[in-house]
Design a protein around this ligand. Structure first.
Ligand code: GCO
Length: 256
C-alpha cells in the first residue's frame, strides 16, 4: 500500500516521447502509482504497440500521436483531449533527441532541430497544458526532463546542452508564473542512462569506462530508476516544491 501522499489515482498524466526509453519508464512508474496515461510519440505504430503492452498490464492508457515541435499539431492534440473529456493533470515534457557533432561542423538546421525538439516543445506542450490547468482552477504538475547537461557541458553535444540548460531555466520560469495557480513546475536531470539514445556510448568501451569512473555509483542508470522521482514530483508530496531540478545521476554532478 503506497503512502497516500504518493497516490496518483484519479490523475491523468501526459508523457511526451513515451513510446520508449525514459518516457516509457516514467509513464509506467506513474501508472504504477495509479495515474491514467496519455502516451505520446510521432510513430503511431510504435505508440500503439507500447499502449497495448501497458494496457495488458492493467493500466489505463490512451495514445496521442502528435509532433511536439509542431504548434498546430500540439494545439489540435489538446483540443482532441478536451473533446474526449481527458483532463491532463500531470505533464511530463520528456520528448528529446540527441545529435553529437562538433559545433563548427553543425548546420543551422541541425541546431534548430535539437533546440526545437528538446526545448521549444516543452514550451508548446506546457503552454497548452497550463492554460487548461489554470482555467480548471485545480492546479497541476509539470515535470520537465533536463539532463546532466542542464548543469555541465560535454564536447560535441552543444545544441542538446543549450536546450537542456534552457529546460532548467524554463522550469523556473514556469514556476514563477504558474505556482500561484497551484501548478508545481519542476525538472528531473537524468544521469547517463542505458537507453537507445545512448547505445553508441554504451557500446564504446572508453566512454563506458569514463561514465563508470566519473560516477560515484560506478554504473549507468536504468530508466526505471527515474520513476520514483517522477512519482514524487507528480504527487501531493511535492505540493510546495517549485522550480527545482532533481538529478538522478548516481552522484556524477556531486563530485569532481
Ligand atoms: C551524451 C549523452 C548525454 C546523456 C544525458 C546525460 O551524448 O553525453 O547523450 O547527453 O544522454 O543527457 O544527462
Amino acid at each position: 500500500m503506497s503512502h497516500p501522499l504518493f497516490n496518483l489515482a484519479g490523475k491523468t498524466a501526459l508523457v511526451t516521447g513515451s513510446s520508449r526509453g525514459l518516457g516509457l519508464a516514467i509513464a509506467e512508474g506513474l501508472a504504477q502509482a495509479g495515474a491514467a496515461l496519455v502516451l505520446n510519440g510521432v510513430d503511431k505504430e510504435r505508440l500503439a504497440q507500447t499502449a497495448s503492452a501497458l494496457q495488458a498490464k492493467g493500466y489505463s492508457v490512451q495514445a496521442a500521436a502528435f509532433d511536439v515541435t509542431d504548434e498546430a499539431a500540439v494545439v489540435a492534440a489538446f483540443n482532441r483531449l478536451d473533446a474526449a473529456g481527458t483532463q491532463v493533470d500531470i505533464l511530463v515534457n520528456n520528448a528529446g533527441i540527441q545529435l553529437r557533432k562538433p559545433l563548427v561542423e553543425l548546420s543551422l538546421a541541425e541546431w534548430d532541430k535539437v533546440i526545437h525538439t528538446n526545448l521549444t516543445s516543452a514550451f508548446l506542450v506546457g503552454r497548452e497544458a497550463a492554460r487548461r490547468m489554470i482555467q480548471r482552477g485545480q492546479g497541476g504538475k509539470v515535470i520537465n526532463i533536463g539532463s546532466l547537461t542542464s548543469e555541465a557541458a560535454r564536447a560535441t553535444v552543444a545544441p542538446y546542452t543549450a536546450a537542456k540548460g534552457g529546460v532548467k531555466m524554463l522550469t523556473r520560469a514556469m514556476a514563477a508564473e504558474w505556482a500561484e495557480h497551484g501548478i508545481q513546475a519542476n525538472a528531473i536531470g537524468p544521469g547517463y542512462m542505458a537507453t537507445e539514445m545512448n547505445t553508441a556510448l554504451l557500446q564504446n568501451p572508453a566512454f563506458d569506462a569514463w561514465v563508470k569512473g566519473r560516477t560515484p555509483a560506478r554504473r549507468w542508470g536504468r530508466p526505471d530508476e527515474l520513476a520514483g522521482t517522477a512519482v514524487y514530483l507528480a504527487s501531493a508530496a511535492s505540493d510546495y516544491v517549485n522550480g527545482q531540478i532533481i538529478y538522478v545521476d548516481g552522484g556524477m554532478l556531486a563530485v569532481l
